[in-house]
Design a protein around this ligand. Structure first.
Ligand SMILES: [Zn+2]
Length: 170
């Protein structure tokens, strides 16, 4: 069967960089933005792909950075401006795909705090954790809007190694 579900394409070096940022920020949460391309399902069995081409680290501006995160709005706005200017000059090459943050002490699963902030269904979430005690897991999530209640998260698997390799060599 050639069909494949929606997936995130992100090179190993980017995952390693996010894990390193999470360790550097410990005991606080690190955060940053994911930039890349969105490839819709191709109609021939391959699901949608979010292809991360780079990550943009940001300061965590939340007043309780050990338990929450807030991507520095200055970094966020500057990135959106840069993407807009580049699109105007060269056509759409990269878009803001989502963001990442770490869980210093907890597993890489969406927390109650994350659920409360999951209000934009177009953004992908990457979570790194637990940072304490070694090599953290890196997981990815889509926001699922629910008309009748609060939004939820659905796991977004990483694409197969062959696709990851294609990114690395791109
Ligand atoms: Zn979280």
């Amino acid at each position: 069967m050639g069909a494949s579900a929606a997936a995130l394409i992100i090179g190993g070096s980017l995952r390693t960089a996010m894990a390193a940022a999470a360790r550097a920020a410990y005991p606080e949460e690190c955060c940053g933005l994911l930039v890349g391309r969105y490839l819709p399902a191709d109609g021939a069995g391959t699901g949608a792909r979010w292809q991360v081409t780079r990550v943009v680290p940001a300061a965590n501006r939340h007043p309780q950075p050990r338990r929450h995160f807030e991507v520095d709005p200055v970094t966020h706005i500057a990135l959106l401006r840069q993407l807009r200017e580049r699109e105007a000059a060269e056509g759409e090459i990269e878009i803001l795909l989502g963001h990442y943050h770490s869980h210093p002490e907890a597993a890489a699963l969406p927390s109650a705090s994350d659920l409360a902030q999951a209000n934009d269904p177009t953004l992908i979430w990457v979570i790194i954790g637990p940072v304490q005690g070694g090599a953290p897991d890196v997981t990815a999530w889509r926001v699922i809007p629910r008309p009748a209640g609060p939004a939820g998260f659905e796991p977004l698997p990483f694409a197969a190694a062959t696709e990851q390799g294609a990114v690395k060599n791109a």
